[in-house]
Design a protein around this ligand. Structure first.
Ligand SMILES: Cc1cc2nc3c(=O)[nH]c(=O)nc-3n(C[C@H](O)[C@H](O)[C@H](O)COP(=O)(O)OP(=O)(O)OC[C@H]3O[C@@H](n4cnc5c(N)ncnc54)[C@H](O)[C@@H]3O)c2cc1C
Length: 436
């Protein structure tokens, strides 16, 4: 097959890759958008797009598929106590989120990118193409040889692009694994469930029941495993006990027989940015490939689309400086939150008693209600652009205290080393076999 050359090659047509390709194509770039799957395809997800993602879709004038809008959320504590978290509009985002099955959301985004002019390929990117020692493209599983001036890795948590480019330090990554399924349940309000499988032994993650389109609710359980990926199996092992717990608390209406819980599907999350160099040379990583998932509540679609857009804008401004501009964007948009949330996540995971105590405290009578507004803003990373008021003040205090408390940690230091304007020190990248 003849070699093809583009301005940009985007590997992965999830939310990150499709938004990157759309912005590039609208900006006049020649873009190849590659995915190993033929769309529509399913993807393990809670299917909720947060307020920042809703705003981005509106900013880019992308029509959404059928959705169910949601706003406030209920957090159910380990003892069954409920706290109502409000979803207030900010100055830069609306006061609601929406649910949409990923099969239709992702197909809509990919179609929008193609309509804007991106050229779609179905094939797995596996073998890198090199020019001198730099990554210049990929050979796809169908045999196509696709070259480009810039490669954008939008290929999810287990990114091949990141591996090939030597951008991941596997010993530092904060991995998570989550399992979702669908059930017929009329739930209207998203529920997050903090769970203790045994008294005072907090589950190292949380479960959920989210409304869906057409009365089909999304139920799931996810946990953080630091760098021990074998521990991810616990999501599947504990799933049925968790469903039992939901029924006992009255979170689901009916006692869920295994046959009524359909389409179980699991997936990896790469959280808190730590361990992944997001861009170097002519390679930029976006979305899960860059590890942008919120380590406190697992949201990643908004971050994927935001980073896809930012990477595309950086490439359009000039490929030579794209990596530097993109890293600067990540440092200002994501680091203030992630540099507190990631170390907090890493510190809590190995401590089931502390996890249980925190869950009980946050949902204790009086406490939850008092802090609900600030809690909602802080852990959904909605502080930037939040409307002035007591809730924003509380979230701002929480963010400052969190950063100060986490400053001495090794995880926190990763941010100043890796996202410094001058780039990571040689000692940080020295172990990698970089192609870029
Ligand atoms: C169970 C679960 C529940 C979640 N719930 C939510 C939620 O409710 N809300 C939320 O915001 N986030 C949620 N997340 C996180 C969210 O799913 C991700 O953050 C989001 O999908 C990231 O988008 P992305 O485009 O970066 O990657 P992906 O959506 O993973 O897309 C990557 C694409 O790359 C393709 N690809 C991979 N490798 C190759 C290759 N070598 N060659 C070609 N193509 C390749 C894949 O086929 C895929 O289409 C959840 C995650 C899990 C696992």
């Amino acid at each position: 097959m003849p070699d093809r050359r583009y301005d940009a090659l985007v590997i992965g047509a999830g939310p990150a890759g499709s938004v990157a390709a759309l912005v590039l194509a609208r900006g006049g770039a020649r873009v190849a958008l590659v995915d190993k799957a033929r769309f529509p395809r399913d993807k393990a997800c809670g299917d909720l797009v947060g307020p920042r993602g809703v705003q981005l879709l509106s900013d880019l004038a992308i029509d959404t598929p059928p959705i169910t809008t949601v706003d406030d959320m209920v957090v159910v504590g380990p003892t069954g106590r409920r706290v109502h978290l409000p979803c207030h509009p900010g100055t830069t985002y609306p006061g609601y989120a929406f649910a949409s099955p990923r099969a239709s959301l992702d197909a809509t985004l990919q179609e929008a990118a193609i309509s804007a002019g991106a050229e779609a390929f179905v094939g797995r990117a596996s073998e890198p193409l090199l020019r001198d020692t730099t990554l210049d493209g990929f050979v796809l599983s169908g045999g196509e040889r696709v070259h480009a001036d810039v490669v954008i890795g939008a290929d999810g948590a287990s990114s091949r692009v990141a591996d090939v480019a030597g951008l991941v330090d596997a010993t530092r990554v904060l991995w998570g694994f989550a399992l979702r399924a669908y059930v017929d349940d009329p739930v209207q309000v998203p529920h997050i469930v903090l769970w203790e499988p045994a008294a005072w032994r907090g589950f190292p993650g949380y479960g959920w029941l989210f409304p869906g389109v057409g009365g089909r609710a999304n139920v799931g359980l996810g946990l953080g495993v630091l760098s021990d990926r074998k521990a991810g199996a616990r999501a599947a092992q504990d799933f049925d006990s968790f469903l039992e717990h939901l029924w006992r608390l009255g979170v689901v209406d009916a006692h869920l027989a295994p046959s009524s819980v359909r389409s179980r599907l699991g997936g990896w999350l790469k959280m808190g940015m730590v361990g992944t160099t997001p861009a170097r040379g002519r390679v930029l990583l976006v979305g899960d490939a860059a590890g942008l998932v919120n380590p406190l509540q697992g949201e990643g679609i908004s971050q994927a689309m935001q980073s896809g857009r930012a990477a595309a804008e950086a490439v359009l401004a000039g490929p030579d400086a794209a990596a530097t501009q993109y890293r600067a964007h990540l440092a200002s948009a994501f680091t203030p939150y992630q540099s507190a949330a990631a170390p907090a996540h890493a510190a809590l995971l190995p401590r089931p008693r502390a996890t249980a105590a925190l869950g009980r405290l946050l949902t204790a009578p009086g406490v939850g209600r008092m802090i609900a507004g600030g809690w909602s803003i802080f852990w959904n990373d909605l502080l930037e652009g939040a409307a002035p008021g007591p809730a924003r003040t509380l979230a701002s205090v929480a963010a400052r205290v969190g950063r100060a408390a986490m400053a001495p940690s090794r995880t926190h230091r990763w941010f100043s080393d890796e996202l410094a304007p001058s780039g990571p020190p040689a000692s940080v990248v020295g172990h990698r076999t970089a192609l870029i």
